[in-house]
Write a protein of this length. Structure first.
Length: 194
């Protein structure tokens, strides 16, 4: 087990880090890109994991020079995801870390998902009531790669940024952790990179 005893709190990203849901998000984005005429690049979209859906729509408009209404794009993507009959499983390695440290340090989830989606998913897996803090895209003005999500999680746990470690699966999430002044451990395809 990874030794995290120098920290007082862990902040997990949710999608792709604690919960294996990125496949469903990619399928929803594929349908959305097709509907609105954006080119679909799976690796690029995966790299935007953690960015709120509305902001991702803005990024796609800028990248491809489109003028789609970000609100319409975001709503379509969320509806496409909601139509899927898919409940993602927990990622075994990060869930083991969650369970190992649950009693000895504070734990939060800091996600680019909206609050409703995050609460449903975390409740389904019995995790919501075990958290000391949950920060979603609904709770911050600036999503990842800005530091707001992780700084808010630390504040809600009563900890300084230096007392926290973040688990993330994307470069944007790592940037957010660095911007928050926190150490970050990368999770690649469900495996923790020590």
């Amino acid at each position: 087990m990874i030794d995290l005893r120098k920290y007082k709190g862990i902040i997990f990203d949710m999608d792709g880090t604690l919960v294996d849901s990125m496949g469903a998000h990619l399928e929803a984005w594929k349908a959305t890109c097709s509907h609105f005429g954006y080119p679909f690049d799976s690796d690029y979209i995966y790299g935007l994991g953690g960015v709120p859906t509305y902001q991702t729509a803005i990024i796609l408009n800028e990248k491809y020079g489109y003028k789609g209404d970000p609100k319409d794009v975001a709503e379509y993507k969320m509806a496409a995801r909601a139509r899927m009959d898919f409940v993602p499983s927990l990622i075994e390695e990060t869930f083991a870390i969650f369970n190992h440290y649950r009693g000895s340090m504070k734990i939060a989830v800091g996600t680019g998902a909206d609050r409703n989606h995050a609460e449903k998913l975390l409740t389904h897996h019995g995790l919501l009531h075990q958290l000391d803090a949950l920060v979603t895209s609904s709770d911050v003005k600036n999503g990842k790669p800005f530091a707001d999500t992780f700084l808010s999680a630390a504040q809600q746990m009563g900890l300084t940024p230096q007392q926290c470690v973040v688990f993330e699966d994307t470069d944007i999430g790592q940037q957010a952790a660095a911007n928050a002044g926190m150490d970050c451990i990368l999770v690649v395809k469900g495996k923790v990179q020590y």
